[in-house]
Design a protein around this ligand. Structure first.
Ligand code: 26Q
Length: 810
């Protein structure tokens, strides 16, 4: 955006006066933030209008990314950067004695997601806009986002995330673009002039009100749209005449029950529970989204028969799968198309990404619940199922088991993953191994029936937020060595490889990392009161707390190291700071127990003068996008230690790599691709292979008890869980103890323990040679370009959404 400092400054001053009716000096930083946000949004508005006009004129294909979650984080800094205004803004504010960073920190994180899946959606929006693709998000405007985590006495306590408290300058409420979503009632079937007509009657209408947020591309004059829906009652008027009769309270109750649909994000990310409110949420945003897409398409003269040439709908996991029957419903009941044509259009439009193979995360809705809430949609799903099963019967005569495995409706349930596969033209996994497991294990039968639908799209992250924004020091070094072409072409980072052998560059990398570590150390001191040694190895595991991610493995080896250090305080190890952050689902007892364990270890270790010069343990509370932006650039070692086969991809692994941390990892998810990229010598790999894990799962043969009995170090740390060492209450960590012993260690923690400990010794020996370490970091940075979500989005675009899409910024 072409704007000079003085114009910007003047505009800002005017804006401030406009909205606050006062002088800047008299206000506080929050008011200054509001004025700045509002000014930037004004600038964006023009761009936004322009982009939309252009899309309407060119009639290019519009991509809609449907997701229950968008984990955007803060928007001010990234939007300024993408507009090309960051320097001008910084300087103009400085003249007014305002530090831009102070204002940025006042913005609430937009935390409408649990973790990986929601953050991926946010990275994809950024990449679509930056590549000039007409790609938009569609989701729910939760009044309360992902809960805020407090640690009290070592335990997680959940507080509500009232992120809209101070308002949200980025969104625009578009009441005139509201849609009505219908729940419950019955379906009236009539024969009108020889045509069977289905009408939903006696339903409960809910008004879906869209709030639009602009998604600005990187210096390319594009502003796409994230449309989030909020639930309201259709009529907002209370009937005051019924006030005295008690109806008034009923009306309020009704209003609350309608608004509850978009009240709060479900905080479970890997455990499915069939809650009716969740099903309501799903249909609510999917129905509103599709209605508005079709309304817009038709308003601009589109012919419904060619809808699939002009739009694509991508569903982020199975959560928006109702898009399939909802699109069918509109094409059949409202547009009057026949089944075959509607089905062809629908399957051409919809594509689906699977994000997990954990069986406990699969969405299956009880038929009665489904049918009661969505009677017409259920009829359509039944019809889809019947037609599909009859195809199966023709192909697999008499193979009932196979057919019932593939059916959409079975055992009294509607299986969303099967519906998503049948009703879309593309099914993708999010990393090579994950896609292979989908094809050969999880969805084997569906894959052999539809081999051409399945494909891989390895995840990515936006290097704009995760490198340019979060690590300006490193970005500077990169620009000074290889130029700035990597900003638009992230794979150009490979040009950095040759510099990484240069001692001067290695020293510079070390200096940059040190600075980032100092900044984080300050934060740790401020938040936790712990002083950490910035020349120690910053060994970081930040992600959701979950059994399969194996924070327990990390804990056990710290406990082991602690034992060894107490026995021999002169043990030759490089000092380490173990840093953790992450949230546990509120109802996941084991995960909450793990948080308590981490904090108990921290308490013990940090206060033991015999060891605390060498090791420290830190748990930073309330992990979110903004905290990740501070932690990741300060990491030396990236912990990616999930049980092989369980982590579909992982995306923090890519962020760490791009910021010059070295990875210690199992060969799981995208760790495999990272390892392939950098080569064996530039990553620390340990643990069971996928084949070994799958063989254990299939054939048994694993006994954690055996390992416990035979391995003294393991026996000691396991016993330490219940012998009073980490808590006076010996029962406190009983559930972890039981999980690892009596319940045979579902995630093979004990099995991988030795190889993890040994591999960590290698980490130590390499870290001793600063030059060698930084050389490896440099190689990781140089090879991180393929993990930009720009690459991922190009692959989605050309491979799934339509090869006819042409990109202007490549
Ligand atoms: C489902 C039903 C009911 C309630 C909640 C849910 C639910 C919500 C969120 C289920 C799953 C999620 C989120 C899953 C997720 O984040 N998966 C991660 O996706 C990343 C992006 O592809 C991968 O990198 C991670 O490996 C994967 O765990």
């Amino acid at each position: 955006m072409a704007l000079d400092k003085n114009t910007f400054k003047k505009a800002y001053e005017n804006k401030y006066k406009d909205i606050h009716g006062d002088e800047i000096e008299n206000g506080n930083n929050l008011q200054r933030y509001e004025a700045l946000g509002s000014l930037i949004r004004d600038y964006v508005s023009w761009l936004w209008l322009d982009t939309n006009k252009r899309y309407n004129k060119t009639g290019e294909k519009q991509i809609y990314y449907f997701s229950m979650e968008f984990l955007l984080g803060r928007l001010l800094g990234d939007t300024l950067m993408n507009l090309g205004l960051i320097d001008i803004c910084k300087e103009a504010l400085a003249e007014l004695n305002i530090d831009l960073r102070d204002l940025e920190e006042l913005e609430e994180d937009q935390g409408l997601g649990n973790g990986g899946l929601g953050r991926l959606a946010a990275c994809f929006l950024d990449s679509m806009a930056s590549l000039g693709i007409a790609g938009h998000g569609c989701g729910i405007r939760y009044k309360y986002g992902f809960f805020e985590q407090k640690i009290i006495d070592g335990k997680q306590v959940e507080l509500s995330d009232n992120w809209l408290r101070q308002g949200n300058v980025w969104e625009r409420r578009k009441i005139e673009k509201s849609e009505v979503v219908k729940f419950g009632g019955e379906v009236k079937v009539e024969n009108i002039d020889g045509r069977i007509v289905f009408t939903q009657i006696n339903y409960e209408p809910v008004l879906a009100v869209p709030y639009d947020t602009p998604i600005v591309g990187y210096e390319n004059n594009v502003a796409n749209t994230l449309r989030l829906w909020s639930a309201e009652t259709v009529s907002n008027e209370f009937d005051y005449s019924s006030f005295s009769s008690g109806e008034y309270l009923k009306a309020i109750e009704y209003k609350n029950s309608v608004e509850s649909i978009s009240q709060v994000l479900y905080p479970e990310d890997s455990f499915y529970e069939g809650k009716i409110l969740r099903l309501k949420q799903q249909y609510f945003f999917v129905s509103a989204g599709i209605q508005s897409i079709i309304r817009h398409y038709k308003a601009h003269g589109g012919n419904i028969k060619f809808l699939d040439e002009k739009i694509s709908i991508h569903i982020n996991d199975t959560h928006p799968t109702l898009a399939i029957p909802e699109l069918m419903r509109i094409l059949l009941d409202e547009e009057g198309l026949g089944w075959e044509e509607a089905w062809r259009i629908t399957t051409n439009i919809v594509s689906y990404t699977n994000h997990t193979i954990l069986a406990e995360a699969l969405e299956k809705w009880p038929i009665d619940m489904f049918k009661g809430l969505l009677p017409r949609i259920y009829m359509i799903v039944e019809e889809i199922n019947e037609r599909f099963c009859s195809d199966l019967w023709n192909k697999y005569i008499g193979q009932w088991e196979k057919i019932s495995d593939m059916a959409i409706i079975a055992d009294g349930q509607v299986r969303m993953a099967n519906l998503a596969v049948v009703g879309s033209h593309s099914v993708n996994g999010v990393a090579k191994l994950h896609t292979e497991i989908l094809k050969k294990e999880e969805m084997k039968n569906l894959y052999y029936f539809y081999p051409n639908k399945f494909n891989n799209k390895t995840n990515g992250i936006t290097h704009r937020r995760w490198l340019l924004r979060s690590n300006p020091g490193l970005t500077n070094l990169l620009c000074n060595t290889i130029g700035d072409s990597f900003i638009k072409h992230p794979t150009d980072l490979i040009n950095f490889e040759k510099f990484t052998y240069d001692k001067g560059v290695q020293e510079e990398l070390e200096r940059i990392k040190k600075k980032n570590k100092e900044r984080l150390a300050e934060k740790i001191y401020k938040k936790n009161g712990i002083i950490v040694d910035t020349s120690s190895i910053f060994d970081v595991q930040v992600k959701r707390i979950h059994g399969y991610k194996r924070q327990t493995l990390n804990c056990l080896r710290i406990m082991d190291l602690y034992n060894k250090l107490t026995n021999n305080p002169n043990l030759d190890i490089h000092p380490r700071t173990f840093i953790f952050a992450g949230k546990a689902a509120p109802g996941y007892y084991l995960a909450k127990n793990i948080i308590e364990l981490i904090n108990a270890i921290a308490d013990k270790v940090n206060n033991d003068p015999l060891v605390n010069k060498k090791i420290k343990v830190v748990f930073l509370e309330n992990y979110n996008v903004s905290l990740a932006e501070e932690i990741i650039p300060a990491a030396d070692l990236s912990e990616q230690i999930s049980t092989t086969t369980k982590e579909a991809s992982g995306t923090s692994n890519m962020k760490f790599m791009m910021n010059g941390a070295i990875t210690i990892a199992t060969l799981d998810g995208a760790n495999i691709e990272i390892s392939d990229e950098v080569g064996n010598n530039n990553i620390f790999i340990f643990g069971l292979t996928a084949r070994q894990v799958l063989s254990y799962i299939e054939n048994g043969g694993y006994s954690s008890q055996d390992i416990y009995n035979k391995n003294e170090s393991i026996k000691n740390v396991i016993d330490d869980l219940i012998n009073g060492k980490y808590s006076k209450d010996r029962e406190k960590f009983r559930s972890i103890y039981d999980h690892l012993t009596i319940f045979n260690d579902e995630f093979y923690v004990l099995k991988d323990f030795d190889s993890y400990v040994e591999t960590n010794k290698k980490v130590d020996s390499i870290f001793k040679d600063m030059y060698k370490w930084q050389e490896i970091c440099g190689i990781n940075i140089a090879h991180s370009g393929v993990f930009s979500s720009d690459r991922t989005i190009q692959q989605y675009a050309t491979g799934i959404w339509g090869p006819e899409l042409i990109y202007k910024n490549l």
